[in-house]
Design a protein. Structure first.
Length: 87
């Protein structure tokens, strides 16, 4: 994955990668937040969006407030959404 991301970054086009239901990455064999932090630090042409329906679980997974976590101190924006109505 890092080689592919480096190649995409080097195209000099801005690329947006969105991960939906990202809280499920907590079950991965590797700490996916390390990859997200690496992309943030090293690949300026890639913008990452993580979404999830389990808000508390997603926030616990990303650990932006944990000074020992890979994403600690990284700039991020939270966009809270309320439940959609049936209409």
């Amino acid at each position: 994955m890092p080689d592919i991301l480096r190649e995409l970054n080097n195209s000099n086009d801005v690329l947006i990668i969105a991960y939906d239901e990202a809280q499920y990455f907590r079950y991965a064999n590797e700490d996916f937040t390390k990859i997200l932090a690496w992309v943030y630090d090293k690949l300026p042409n890639i913008i990452t969006i993580v979404t999830g329906s389990q808000v508390g679980v997603l926030e616990n997974f990303l650990r932006f407030d944990d000074y020992k976590a890979p994403l600690y101190g990284r700039y991020h924006v939270k966009i809270p959404l309320t439940r959609f109505t049936p209409s």
